[in-house]
Ligand binder design. Sequence first.
Ligand code: NAP
Length: 251
Amino acid sequence: MSRKLEGKIAVVTGGTSGIGLATAKRFAMEGAQVFITGRRKTELDKAVAAIGPKATGIQADSGNLNDLNRLYESVKGQAGHIDVLFVNAGGGSMLPLGSITEEQYDDTFNRNVKGVLFTVQKALPLLVDGASVILTSSNVSIKGTPAFSVYGASKAAVRNLARSWTLDLKSRGIRVNVVSPGPIKTPGLVELAGPDAEQQQGLLDYMATTVPLGRVGDPEEVASVAAFLASSESSYIAGTEIFVDGGQAQV
Ligand code: NAP
């Protein structure tokens, strides 16, 4: 069977953990050469080793424009262009209205909005016409979630960026789409419960009860949707959002 991304050049931001790591592995399995980013060097090195010879790690904070310049200089030097850009780096923390701090706001919006915006804008000279750009949002962007308003608002912004960019990029045939996970078992999710393993399991168990399919998702289940959006199998899909949430926000 032919591989979906044979010979393609892919960049996966936040590719050292959870959804990004699973997707980088999947892209490599599908034949792509994959550049991954993350802020922590040790995690980056571990991820590159886990993905294998098709992976290159570039330490970069998506909220830092100099880091993004360095990232793309490196990709340009080593690969010359980008076919697939998975803008996945992000995350958030929980604070209810009344306790929200400027620091939490800045951290969340830097990662999830500023980082997404400049990761795509700075990639434009390298993106081939017909490239696929995939942004990671979240199903909380279409719901209210206690103590998660800053994160939810930042992810709602991501959804709208994809709509407008689909129009901005139409002359180049670049498809911009959004993948919106529900609860997916990753370090980023369980750490919302704090460092205690029992509390982390408690969070996963509770989350499972809120999902029609009765369980939290695996990162590979998001990776397979990202691989679909990255490939020509989704050639007539643009500006859309695919929820991978076991139905949590759909019913
Ligand atoms: P994760 O396990 O914490 O992984 C996050 C990845 O992003 C790591 O590689 C992290 O590495 C990187 N990262 C974070 N901030 C970064 C920055 N400023 N610059 C560069 N890299 C950065 O989280 P995950 O659950 O896989 O989340 C991936 C994406 O899915 C996020 O956008 C998240 O908001 C979204 N999401 C997750 C869920 C879920 O339930 N897991 C649900 C909906 C949406 P470093 O920390 O080393 O930088």
